[in-house]
Design a protein around this ligand. Structure first.
Ligand code: NDP
Length: 450
C-alpha cells in the first residue's frame, strides 16, 4: 500500500509542530494541516500573548513599589491599543518562525480544516489525502457554561487577548489557571475586577495552603472575590452587562469573561466514525505511546486531555516522533510535571499537594515559610510570599513543593529537577542557599510544621 505521506499531523500547535519536525528530521514525509494560524493555542491564543500582557500589567504594581525606593513616579495612563499592536507584531514574528520550522525540515503545511475519513485517510479542502499514520494534535478550546446570556454576552480568553476597548469593570467566571491569570492582567491595567467562583477557594486541586494564600493576595491586590457563587444570568443594556449572581447580587460590568475550563477540539474531526475511542468530554483516548484504539491514528496534547500543558504536548509529540520514525522506544513522562499559574503574585508547584501526599503516604512532614520579601519591606507592600515542602517521612523524599510569590515559576523549574531525581530533604538541607534570595528558603527550612 502506498500513501501520499508517511504522516499527516492535524493541528500546527506546540505538540503537532514538534511531532512533525522531529518525524521529518528522521526522514518521514510529513504534511501538517492547520485551519488557523500555525503556533496554536500557546503561541497565538495562550501562553505567549497572555504572558506579554501579564508583563505589561505588572508595571502598575512596580510603579507603586518604586515610590518606596525614592522614585517620583507619575503614571500617566496606559495605551491598551499600543500594547495589543506590539503583542500582535510579536505573534506574527513567532508564527513566521513556526512556518519556517516546518518548511526547513521539508514538512508541508496545508491550510484548511481536516476531517478524518478513514484509518489512513483525511479530507481537507474537499481533497482526500492518505498517510500511513495520522497524528491528531488539534488542541482544545474554551468551554462556555449553559447559563442564560453567557454565549451572547461573555468573552473567553481568546477575545480577551484582542479586546479593542479596555474594560473599566470586568467579571471573570471561574478560578482556574486562566481566570487567575486574566484577573491579574485586567486588575493590573486598572479594571475593577471581580472573580466569581463556585468553590470556597480559587484553584481547586492545588495545595490548600496555596489556595488560601492566593485568595488573600488577590484581595490584597484589589480583586473583588465572590467565592461559593455562580453566575445565573447575563443581560446587556445601556448601562453595561448585568451579571446576576447566585447570592442575589447583580454586578454591572463593561465586560464578562468566562474562564470555566477548556474542552478538546474534536467536534469537527469525526474520529468516532473511523472507530477511534473517545471519552465523555470529547477527548481522544490514547495509550502511553499516544496511540488511539485505531492502530494507525495517534493523538498528543490537549486533545487527549491528559495534562493540558504546552511542554507536556511537546514531550508527547517528540516521543511519538522518536519512537515511530527514530528507532527509539521512548515515552513522555507525566510524573512530577511542574507548572506555574501566572497570577499576580504567581504560583508554582511540582509534585503532590499536602492533601494528596497525606492520602498516599503513611506519614508526611511539612515545612513551610511565610515571609515578607525583602523588596516589600521598603516598597511598603504588605503581601507575603509562601513556600512549602512536603516530605514523605519514611523515605525523607521531597514529594511536593509549592510556592506563591515573585518569580515562583522561575524558581520552581530548578526545584523540579531535584524532585524528579528523587531528592531527599537531606539533599535540600545540604545545598547552600544563594543569599539574599527568596529561593534560598527552600534549602533553609529546618523545623517541621507542628
Ligand atoms: P481550569 O480547569 O483550570 O479551571 C476551570 C474553572 O472553571 C474552575 O474554577 C472550575 O471550578 C470552573 N468551572 C468549571 N465548570 C463549572 C461549572 N459548571 N460551574 C461553575 N464553575 C465551573 O481551566 P482553565 O480554563 O482555567 O484552564 C484550562 C487548562 O489549561 C488548565 O487546567 C491548564 O491545564 C491549562 N492552562 C495552563 C496555564 C499555565 O500553565 N500557566 C495557563 C492557562 C491554562 P471548580 O474549580 O469548582 O471546578
Amino acid at each position: 500500500m502506498t500513501y501520499d505521506y508517511d504522516l499527516i499531523v492535524i493541528g500546527a500547535g506546540s505538540g503537532g509542530v514538534r511531532a512533525a519536525r522531529i518525524s521529518a528530521g528522521h526522514g518521514a514525509k510529513v504534511a501538517v494541516i492547520e485551519g488557523d494560524r500555525p503556533g496554536g493555542t500557546c503561541v497565538i491564543r495562550g501562553c505567549v500573548p497572555k504572558k506579554l500582557l501579564m508583563y505589561g500589567a505588572a508595571f502598575s504594581a512596580d510603579a507603586e513599589d518604586a515610590r518606596g525606593f525614592g522614585w517620583n513616579v507619575k503614571v500617566e495612563g496606559h495605551s491598551w491599543s499600543n500594547l495589543i499592536a506590539e503583542k500582535n507584531a510579536e505573534l506574527d514574528r513567532l508564527e513566521g518562525i513556526y512556518r519556517s520550522l516546518l518548511k526547513n525540515v521539508g514538512a508541508e503545511l496545508i491550510d484548511g480544516w481536516a476531517i478524518v475519513t478513514g484509518p489512513n485517510q483525511v479530507t481537507v479542502n474537499k481533497q482526500e489525502l492518505t498517510a500511513e499514520r495520522i497524528l491528531i494534535a488539534a488542541g482544545g478550546a474554551p468551554q462556555l457554561l449553559d447559563v442564560p446570556g453567557m454565549a451572547e454576552h461573555a468573552i473567553t480568553s481568546n477575545e480577551a487577548l484582542d479586546l479593542e476597548i479596555f474594560p473599566d469593570e470586568i467579571v471573570i467566571y471561574g478560578s482556574g489557571y486562566i481566570a487567575l491569570e486574566f484577573a491579574g492582567i485586567f486588575n493590573g491595567f486598572g479594571a475593577k475586577t471581580h472573580l466569581v467562583y463556585r468553590s470556597d477557594l480559587p484553584l481547586r486541586g492545588f495545595d490548600a495552603d496555596i489556595r488560601r494564600e492566593i485568595a488573600t493576595a488577590l484581595e490584597g491586590r484589589g480583586i473583588i472575590l465572590h467565592p461559593e457563587t455562580t453566575i445565573s444570568a447575563i443581560t446587556d443594556d445601556d448601562n453595561g452587562k448585568q451579571v446576576s449572581l447566585s447570592d442575589g447580587a447583580v454586578v454591572t460590568a463593561s465586560q464578562v469573561m468566562a474562564a470555566t475550563g477548556r474542552s478538546p477540539n474534536t467536534g469537527g474531526l469525526r474520529l468516532d466514525e473511523t472507530g477511534v475511542e473517545m471519552g465523555g468530554r470529547g477527548e481522544v483516548i490514547v495509550d502511553e505511546t499516544s496511540r488511539t484504539s485505531v492502530p494507525s491514528i495517534y493523538a498528543v496534547g490537549d486533545v487527549t486531555d491528559r495534562i493540558n500543558l504546552t511542554p507536556v504536548a511537546i514531550a508527547e509529540g517528540h516521543a511519538f516522533a522518536d519512537s515511530t520514525y527514530g528507532g527509539m522506544n521512548r515515552g513522555a513522562s507525566h510524573d512530577k510535571v511542574a507548572s506555574a499559574v501566572f497570577s499576580q503574585p504567581p504560583i508554582a508547584t511540582v509534585g503532590l499537594s499536602e492533601e494528596e501526599a497525606a492520602e498516599k503516604y503513611a506519614g508526611i512532614t511539612v515545612f513551610e515559610s511565610r515571609f515578607r520579601a525583602l523588596k516589600n519591606t521598603i516598597s511598603g507592600r504588605a503581601e507575603k510570599s509562601y513556600m512549602k515542602l512536603i516530605v514523605e517521612t519514611a523515605s525523607n523524599r521531597v514529594v511536593g513543593v509549592h510556592m506563591m510569590g515573585p518569580d515562583s515559576g522561575e524558581i520552581m523549574q530548578g526545584i523540579a529537577i531535584a524532585v524528579k531525581m528523587g531528592a531527599t530533604k537531606a539533599d535540600f538541607d545540604a545545598t547552600i542557599g544563594i543569599h539574599p534570595t527568596a529561593a534560598e528558603e527552600f534549602v533553609t527550612m529546618r523545623s517541621p510544621r507542628s
